[in-house]
Design a binder for this molecule. Structure first.
Ligand code: NAD
Length: 360
């Protein structure tokens, strides 16, 4: 049985605890450390051993896995400490705040006997996997524009997320997930990054993010994170050469509309007179030249119906198998490095008010 200790027993620390506790034969959480006494009390109430410091965890030979779920700015030192003690490390996203810091962590990873992975759990979200399936099964032809949005209206950012020093802001928050997903949709290189970052209510950080990524094969992806949007757009809108798919929400309501056949590509459009005047290009297509389909019904990566522990099952089973040398880790630091490089260019793009060419 591998034993894990959690650093940071707040929202996500407790999520990891509940996702693991009693759910894996070969992994258990036995300890925790938090800087807040109340959080330590909560850990104690769960019968966890509460450590006096992270260093005490690193020095404990009974601990095999260290899970880091603290605010973003504190990840790096904890990762380095845990790797130096040859622990296996699971760190929350964003792994660290710069690519330079991640390169330093990757150097430490090379010299450690511990494995190092990042909790990019949204790779296994049903909505993302549905969008990926639509693209991979060629359901709408060659995709040329993908829109991926999370539109909330919480308006205020919670706690440390509101502060620059903690690595707050939505680009480091949901932005990391959306970019990570996007890099799995297209195997090619990212060749341009253009970002508009808004501070609608936040004082120090971005609370509304628009990032446009260009890929070498011509695909463009628009990523949006909003905390000030009161009429949400669909979670996914995917435009392909022969059809369009919409995934409205995390429950995966939506549909696909495809061209009925090759002949349907060309049709004789008459000029129409709309409330906005005459148009031929925007004339509505005859309904019989398209087919409407349901979204693909998919199972999770373990072949189960999606459930609330799907991502944790996949993530932690993989970690256990990787520790035993049976599988490669699903989430690797090189992948997180690409995400951080894109984030850095997004900050630069927003600052300089221009798109940035790259090869990432
Ligand atoms: P939170 O504020 O709810 O919890 C953070 C905890 O860390 C608090 O209990 C706090 O007291 C403790 N803490 C703060 N500084 C510390 C330090 N230096 N050492 C030890 N403990 C410290 O925050 P959260 O929402 O749980 O976020 C924690 C991490 O998890 C962040 O990196 C965040 O980006 C990530 N997160 C990931 C997901 C996901 O889906 N993967 C979701 C939410 C948050």
């Amino acid at each position: 049985m591998y034993k894990a200790a959690i650093i940071g027993f707040g929202g996500m620390g407790k999520w990891h605890f509940r996702a693991i506790k009693g759910r894996f034969e070969e992994l258990d959480v036995t300890g925790a450390y938090d800087i807040r006494p109340e959080a330590n009390e909560e850990a104690r109430a769960e019968s966890l051993r509460v450590y006096n410091s992270a260093e005490e965890i690193f020095a404990d030979p009974n601990i095999d896995v260290v899970i880091i779920a603290t605010p973003n700015d504190s990840h790096k030192d904890y990762i380095l400490g845990a790797l130096a003690a040859n622990k296996h490390v699971v760190c929350e996203k964003p792994v660290v705040l710069s690519s330079e810091d991640l390169v330093e962590v990757m150097e430490a990873e090379k010299h450690s006997q511990g494995l190092f992975t990042i909790h990019q759990n949204r790779r296994w979200d049903k909505d993302f996997q549905t969008a990926k399936t639509i693209i991979e099964t060629d359901a709408i032809g060659r995709p040329y524009f993908v829109e991926s949005r999370v539109n909330g209206s919480s308006v205020f950012l919670h706690g440390w997320r509101d502060y620059k020093v903690n690595g707050g802001g939505m680009l480091y928050d949901w932005g990391v997930h959306l970019i990570d997903q996007c890099l799995l949709l297209n195997p090619g290189k990212v060749t341009s990054v253009t970002a508009h970052l808004f501070q609608v209510h936040a004082q120090e950080v971005d609370d509304n993010v628009k990032v446009l990524l260009g890929f070498e094969d011509g695909l463009s992806v628009l990523l949006e994170v909003a905390t000030n949007c009161f009429i949400p757009m669909p979670r996914w809108h995917v435009s392909g050469a022969n059809g369009t798919a919409i995934i409205q929400n995390w429950d995966c309501e939506g549909r696909i509309v495809q061209l009925a056949d090759d002949k349907a590509l060309k049709w004789e459009n008459d000029i129409v007179y709309t409330a906005a005047g005459p148009t031929r290009t925007m004339a509505p297509r005859p309904v019989n030249t398209t087919v409407q389909k349901e979204l693909p019904q998919i199972k999770d990566a373990l072949g189960d119906e999606y459930h609330r522990h799907s991502s944790a099952n996949i993530f932690y089973r993989n970690l256990i198998a990787a520790i035993k040398g049976e599988e490669e880790l699903h989430v690797k630091s090189e992948q997180a490095l690409r995400v951080l490089r894109i984030i850095e260019l997004a900050f630069q793009s927003a600052e300089e008010g221009r798109g940035i060419a790259c090869s990432i």
